[in-house]
Design a protein around this ligand. Structure first.
Ligand code: CAA
Length: 695
């Protein structure tokens, strides 16, 4: 018997337990162990039935993803599941934690399933760019009907036990000791003469034969660019149309296609990268964490309010500090409205709204922040104002409190040095809308202590964010790269492209929107003001005046004024090309002696993307990001970089750094500019034939 799977006889029932922490993933040893255990159980005369369950924190949470892309090692999971389905004893799966992917597939190979109320089940393979490859697409539709199985397989969401029971996946939700309950349940089934129930022998219920076609249409836009969701639909369709064995064959073909696709490779990279970012190099995992029981927020505007909601959502009390009562009341009113809207959509209850609101209070006095463990400043982007705020915080906050700034442009070290405790100061750069966007750039200053870094990184996860630790520089990781791309997009239009052409190329690449739809959303005035400040300060890197500035000067600030680079009809956020803008661009070209030329889609893609890769390489060289995967996650969660391309730097590695370096060099020769000076790191890796992820 393998060590990772144990078998014991309890009360006349053979109990098979998987012990492979942390998540009991179904690696080779576990598969071998599971197969051996069911054979042992079947041969055990003392066992009238069998129970299979997970030890530790969970039922198996899926196949071992680390094995994908490597030569398959027997026994295959399908073979193991067959052994369960065809064993000549009744088998009950006893679920706690998460029965996901291959884990749920094992449970579907059993006759009955019980779960504790906190358990969740699901087939999340689609999130890894694959589909359930051990019978999930064939058995789940047989158990609960194709119409209901479809969203579970295509969306990959986790389903709580109660819902799983109502769907017919779980037979009983049990309380108390799971093993005891499952044994009792198995004994009762045997006592009652309950039949064996091989799912593979069930008929697929199909309420609406057009469900597949309709479902495909319904996800066409949301899943644009992804392969796996569409293959999942095909697989479920096969379940409805083919006998089980043939359906299994079809599932295998589709699985094999997906698992070796670049998309799945990218999505698996993203899965592990998301977990890796939490481990900051140089910060030991044993670093003590500070307790965060109460949070203060300076500024109750859109940003401050959004930030506050994150904490109230997880039960942490928040106090908002404003200068004027009216602004404070307004900020709190908007938070309530946001919660009420979420409740209207049925995502939270009215009770939740009240509970969360009761955790949010307001004040006009700094002194009321004396008991908070963390304070996040979200006021106007001015160094003088920030220093004033931090002076007050330094005065009132208790020793050990973490003082954070939400600045997106200012020097965190300078802010830290204006206090008497720079080791407690850190940047927490939320992305707008702060209650929605998952990225949190946690900016470590030169003097920030490990304890503060570790606490803020843990806290990010607690409030449902993906925290990435970055260093201090202008724009940090995300905006620094974004600004380079934006400048390139503007210059491509000056050269002859249209804004809609540029946007389409990046939209088709997989971004949720193009650079100009994005600047219209963020507000053209924001970038304009920053550029003007820089020009005034004589910054040699400040961009030359552009046609985009002219739009700002005309009050075309973007969506909020109904017109920016594109125009917007009342109540409609769809960007529409505007002849007035085309004329303005044409005039700009004339004034600047630019003869417009045809710009190819290829040039747009290369210039917009390679300029970011080159900047990303510089960010790595400077240690602003510690690893390429940190940059990938910033782009996936902060800017909607298509996850099926794995993030900016992962994508670059797939293109090949030699190719990118050659083009960067050529653009440098043709266009000049610091942004095109090839990064020495890019040059070195290109020469060595390596990628950023080989570092
Ligand atoms: N394979 C290998 N490693 C896995 C894993 C898996 N299926 N699931 C989790 N891990 C690892 C994580 O990488 C992490 O490792 P480190 O501690 O070294 O970083 C560790 O287990 C803990 O994971 P989390 O930090 O994610 O823990 P959590 O408690 O926040 O979440 C979870 C637990 C919900 C199970 C989450 O890990 C998860 O969603 N896992 C993936 C589930 C999944 O996609 N299953 C389907 C796999 S594919 C499949 O099964 C194909 C098939 O049809 C046969």
């Amino acid at each position: 018997m393998s060590e990772v799977v144990t078998y014991e006889l309890r009360d006349g029932v053979g109990v098979i337990t998987v012990n492979y922490p942390p998540v009991n993933a179904l690696g080779k040893d576990v598969r071998e162990g599971l197969k051996a255990a069911v054979e042992q159980g079947a041969a055990d005369d003392g066992a009238q039935a069998l129970v299979v369950m997970g030890g530790g924190r969970t039922f198996p949470a899926g196949a071992d993803i680390r094995e994908f892309g490597k030569p398959p090692q027997p026994p295959a999971l399908t073979e193991v599941i067959d052994a369960y389905e065809h064993a000549d004893k009744l088998i009950v799966a006893a679920i706690h934690g998460t029965a996901l992917g291959g884990g749920l597939e094992v449970a579907l190979g059993c006759d009955y399933r019980v779960a504790v109320s906190s358990a969740r089940v699901g087939l999340p393979e689609v999130n890894l760019g694959i589909l359930p490859g051990a019978g999930g697409t064939q058995r789940l539709p047989r158990l609960i009907g194709a119409d209901k199985a479809l969203p579970m397989i295509v969306e990959g969401n986790h389903v709580p036990a109660a819902k799983a029971q109502s769907l017919g996946i779980i037979d009983e939700v049990v309380e108390g000791d799971l093993a005891e309950q499952a044994i009792a349940y198995a004994r009762k089934l045997v006592g009652d003469g309950a039949p064996r129930r091989p799912v593979s022998e069930m008929e697929v219920k199909l309420e609406d034969p057009k469900v597949f076609e309709n479902y495909e249409k319904s996800i066409a836009r949301k899943k644009r660019g992804f392969l796996a969701p569409f293959r999942c639909i095909e697989a479920v369709k096969a379940a409805a149309e083919l006998p089980f064995a043939e359906g299994m064959k079809r599932e295998r073909e589709l699985f094999t296609e997906l698992v070796s696709s670049p998309q799945s490779k990218a999505q698996r990279h993203a899965f592990f990268a998301e977990r890796e970012v939490g481990k900051v190099p140089g910060v030991s995992k044993d670093t003590p964490r500070r307790e965060i029981g109460k949070v203060g927020i300076i500024g109750a505007g859109t940003m401050g309010g959004g930030i506050a909601m994150n904490f109230a959502n997880v039960g942490i009390p928040v106090i908002l500090k404003e200068v004027k009562q009216e602004a404070l009341d307004n900020g709190i009113k908007i938070i309530r409205r946001n919660y009420e809207n979420t409740a209207k959509k049925g995502r939270i209850s009215q009770d939740d709204v009240e509970k969360r609101m009761s955790l949010i209070s307001g004040t006009l006095e700094y002194d009321e922040l004396s008991d908070v463990n963390l304070v996040i400043e979200a006021v106007f982007e001015s160094m003088d104002i920030k220093k004033e705020v931090f002076g007050e915080l330094d005065r009132v906050c208790k020793s050990g409190a973490i003082l954070a700034t939400n600045t997106s442009t200012l020097d965190v070290n300078e802010i830290a040095d204006s206090t008497s405790r720079p080791e407690d100061v850190m940047g927490m750069h939320f992305f707008s809308p702060a209650n929605v966007m998952k990225l949190l750039e946690n900016v470590r200053g030169e003097k920030t202590s490990d304890e503060v870094v570790a606490t803020v990184m843990d806290l990010s996860k607690k409030i449902g964010k993906v925290g990435v630790c970055v260093g201090v520089c202008d724009g940090f990781v995300g905006n620094r790269m974004l600004h380079k791309r934006q400048a390139e997009a503007v210059s491509l239009v000056a050269a002859g492209a249209s804004p809609e052409q540029v946007d389409k190329v990046l939209f088709d690449f997989g971004f949720p929107m193009g650079p100009f739809a994005m600047s219209d959303l963020a507000g053209i005035d924001v970038g304009y003001r920053i550029r003007q400040e820089r020009r005034k300060a004589g910054d040699p890197e400040a961009q030359k005046p552009s046609w985009l500035d002219k739009l700002a000067e005309q009050g075309r600030y973007g969506q909020k004024t109904g017109a920016g680079v594109f125009k917007y009809e009342e109540g409609d956020r769809t960007p529409k090309p505007d002849p007035e803008v085309a004329k303005l661009i044409e005039d700009f070209r004339k004034e600047n002696g630019i003869e417009p030329r045809e710009v190819t889609d290829q040039e747009i893609l290369e210039r917009c993307m390679y300029v970011m890769v080159n900047e990303g390489a510089k960010i790595l060289e400077e240690g602003i990001a510690s690893r390429a995967l940190d940059i990938d996650i910033v782009w996936i969660y902060g800017y909607g970089f298509p996850v099926y391309r794995g993030g900016t730097m992962f994508w670059a590695d797939q293109v090949g750094l030699k190719e990118i370096h050659d083009r960067v060099k050529t653009f440098h020769e043709q266009l000049g500019g610091k942004q095109w000076e090839p990064s020495p790191l890019l040059e070195r890796l290109a020469k060595e034939g390596k990628g950023f992820h080989d570092l």
